[in-house]
Design a protein. Sequence first.
Length: 159
Amino acid sequence: MARPEKREFEQKVVDIARVTRVVAGGKRMRFRALVVLGDRKGRVGMAIKKGADVSEAVKKAATAAKKNMIRVPIIKGTIPHAVTYKYKASKVMLKPAREGTGIIAGGAVRAVIDAAGVSNIVSKMFGSPNKINNVKAVFGALQSLKVPKPAKTNSNSKS
């Protein structure tokens, strides 16, 4: 009996859209997929790709997302500090939360935060409802996080 293989990354399809292009013979239909990939341990990636059918677009996006990974600093299940980031018309605010709060986030933000492995966070999206721009705004916010340096204890200080 073959047991299912354990995948390295958890994949989440955030958005699928049917897009058409007008060519000489008429209209050519394709599918665009926005995929978020994460290992739930601080690594997350995203990509948008098009394909002739939905499965091809998702597969292409997942492959591209693996090459486009970022590391998210997670301290005690949350982010180190509050951050606000603007990408085009989308603005996202991420705030650290106490243990037990859970993920308080909407659609596109929730997908990215969950895939990254952050378990306690409060977020708010402002501006555009565009999923692609919202995901890019979250990625920008996560990349702008700074890891606090541990406080030094100076044992040989002069008194």
